[in-house]
Ligand binder design. Sequence first.
Ligand SMILES: *Cc1c(COP(=O)(O)O)cnc(C)c1O
Length: 392
Amino acid sequence: MISFNVPPVVGTELEYIRQALESKKISGDGEFTKRCRKFMQERFNAPHVLLTTSGTSALDMACLLCEFRRGDEVILPSYTFSSTANSVILTGATPVFVDIRPDTMNIDEAKIEAAITDRTRAIMVVHYAGVSCEMDTVMDIARRYGLKVIEDAAQAVMCTYKGRYLGTIGDYGCYSFHETKNYSMGEGGALLVNRDGDLERAEILREKGTNRSKFFRGQIDKYTWVDFGDSYLPSEINAAYLWAQLEKIEEIYDDRMRSYKRYAEAFAPLVEQGVIEVQTIPEKCVHNAHMFYLKLRHLAQRTAFIDHMKSRGISAVFHYVPLHSAPAGLRYGRFNGEDVYTTVESERLVRLPMYYGLTEEDQDEVIRAVTDFFDLRNRYDLSSEADFGKDK
Ligand SMILES: *Cc1c(COP(=O)(O)O)cnc(C)c1O
């Protein structure tokens, strides 16, 4: 069986975890957390990075720091993970969903302005598959309407837009180090705080409402409860795992890109023939091979495709069911404008096995299974669906 995902392991994780145990410091904000933080700040040219317990908690922190209130509205795409919308709901605000662009599956920046009301407080963008949203446009709209920008960059570690690292462009950026992401610590994430004035509140929120972070830096001689807070510190055990991964950040990146390029080359003929579509990477974006997806004709063909892959021992999976049509989305949110692409495009998308250490042998097997599926189909029913792709 070829899995869809295998959690990244570079080999030094256990040694660093052992070191964490020996240091007699396994709770948060020890040596490994500091190293990870410093590394990311330098590598991504990020003003401030705070490790968190998950990508979800980084999103929660960002929304709490924006101080959304009941009745406020936050604009985001419906094609995303539940956490993006949950963080809005946590504050009592309302998620307002906007349609996506079919080429990147990201929020359609041209449809944001129409969704703005006098209650709108922020735009949350999701950089799907590590491909950037149109950030110049998003930031310009935010500036004109006085809105905050939160980047859900959970999938976008190591990606750039016009040379700037994703997560560092808006007011806040949120990374995930879940086992399904490019870099992992089991469960974990990071909040990027991009405005200097927001750092102190972020540290207090993360440290149970205390100013302990300031105390540890020796800036004050005792710490106390100063504001509302929660606990978002990952343990040193998790940070040790992440440090091993960050040390190999380029190696993991290169390995995934190699697999991405092999897929892209192998499927180029099918794309040229109009049989499938693959993801597009706009010129100004550098991605991280977080995923490789195909788009098939429609839901029925995708279902047949997934079954076919399964029969060949390969796990190929679809992705988000649009949030606005999910039970919680119907209860808590609303969709602004017309759902032109969100639902139909989400039903066509299927992801192929992609992970650090995917062997060429296994990848060739996946490629063969994909091409076989379309060879078989070409024999009988391509003609009945010959109009596919003509209006694209
Ligand atoms: C993975 C992911 C999250 C959640 O991250 P966790 O670390 O699993 O909490 C949020 N948003 C997007 C787009 C993601 O892909």
